[in-house]
Design a protein around this ligand. Structure first.
Ligand SMILES: Cc1ncc(COP(=O)(O)O)c(C=O)c1O
Length: 397
């Protein structure tokens, strides 16, 4: 299974004929050739014995490569339809790697103005120190993206749907705009997972995930991945894994390998429960507004149908005030108040004080993120239990 001998899983000859769920369970997840173990072993080793100088089985040192990691990278490349995948210690570590690999002093990056709050924090407070310039743009507005492009723009970074406002950006059109100026498009596909959205097939150059979320699916490990499309990407990202070392541990790779086996069935149930919760919230008299791309009157419903094959389970709703949000969140019992998403359990959070606190009051105001907004990542529990829990919590407002 050495990466340099068998190549990336995306290149496996039978990959194209497999359905998504089959790929999730089988690509990179083949039985262990030395023992027949059905699950990929956790190779807990820091180094590998070499037969003689320069003669080894494709693995030399675990920061550079590890067989459990290779298997996960094969799997994720196949699921996103990329030519390689590179896993890192967290979604943010993967984001740092993109900036290190593809930006240098004097370069410019266009970032969606409403992405995960940690991304602008990283760009403004860390990467900007190295002389990289950033512009924040409403990427749902294609003219705004066009206008923001500069001679030195190298990357466009979008998240669609956005976190937490559930606004979509047109991947195909933005890829065309970026390419017309020799820039590349990176899509954070964390919210949808490759099950519901395939940005590379729409023209994006790279896909990023916090594997912490739906790919792992069980809220038990951090991780991040960049799925790439060009040999140049693979070369630089693999080099950065070796040079900077922010790689994913074999155990956490294994957790993601285990998690993705059920990605297809989980996403179906997330979607089913998401629809039920969105409808319930919309009819609830204590809820002022619901942001969910599956509503036929969502302003971008047509785009959602075009570029996504499901609506997922991320929903944001307006309770009217910080006081209301606080009261409601103190009452939930089935839903867990916590700062993440994409787990089997329903996770509920308060963007203004949690995920988007780093934006500051003014920053949140500029994108329309209010103190009364609550974000829910609907899990895969019994639908009625989630609805009953939300109902009893909303009554407290
Ligand atoms: C959409 C999105 N992208 C990236 C990240 C960062 O990932 P991580 O927490 O794994 O570093 C998050 C974290 O919440 C996220 O929600």
């Amino acid at each position: 299974m050495a990466k340099n001998k068998s190549g990336n899983g995306a290149e496996r000859s039978n990959k194209k004929s497999m359905g998504f769920a089959t790929k999730a369970i089988h690509v990179g997840q083949e039985p262990d050739p030395s023992t027949g173990a059905v699950t990929v072993p956790i190779f807990a080793t820091s180094t590998y014995v070499q037969e003689e100088l320069g003669k080894h089985k494709g693995y030399e040192y675990a920061r550079v490569s590890n067989p459990t990691r290779t298997r996960l990278e094969q799997n994720l490349a196949a699921l996103e339809g990329g030519s390689s995948a590179h896993v890192f210690a967290s979604g943010m570590a993967a984001t740092v790697a993109v900036t290190q690999c593809f930006l240098k002093q004097g370069d410019h990056l266009i970032c969606g103005h409403n992405v995960y709050g940690g991304v602008p924090r990283l760009f403004n407070q860390v990467i900007a120190k190295y002389g990289v310039e950033f512009s924040y743009v409403d990427t749902s507005d294609l003219d705004a993206v066009k206008k923001a492009m500069r001679w030195n723009t190298r990357l466009v970074w979008i998240e669609t749907p956005t976190n937490p406002l559930m606004v979509l950006s047109d991947i195909k059109e933005i890829a065309a705009i970026a390419h017309s100026k020799n820039a590349e498009l990176v899509v954070d596909n964390t919210f949808m997972s490759p099950y519901f959205q395939q940005p590379l097939a729409l023209g994006a150059d790279m896909v990023m995930h916090s594997t912490t979320k739906f790919l792992n699916g069980h809220s038990d490990g951090l991780g991040g991945v960049i799925v790439a499309t060009k040999p140049m990407h693979a070369e630089r990202l693999a080099f950065m894994q070796k040079a900077a070392g922010a790689i994913l541990s074999p155990f956490e790779c294994w957790l993601v390998l285990r998690g993705v086996k059920s990605l297809a069935v989980r996403m179906e149930k997330h979607d089913e429960n998401g629809r039920a919760v969105a409808d319930f919230l919309r009819k609830h008299k204590k809820v002022k507004k619901v942001m969910y791309p599956g509503f036929t009157d969502h302003p971008q419903y047509a785009l959602a149908k075009r570029q996504m094959s499901g609506f997922g389970s991320m929903i944001t709703f307006e309770t009217g005030s910080l006081r209301n949000a606080k009261k409601m969140l103190a009452k939930v019992r089935v839903c867990s108040l916590g700062e993440s998403l994409g787990g089997v359990e329903t996770l509920i959070s308060h963007p203004a004080t949690m995920t988007h606190a780093a934006l500051g009051e003014q920053g949140r105001k500029e994108i329309g993120l209010t103190d009364g907004m609550v974000r829910i990542s609907v899990g895969i529990e019994d639908t009625e239990d989630i609805l009953a829990d939300l109902d009893q919590a909303l009554v407290a407002i």
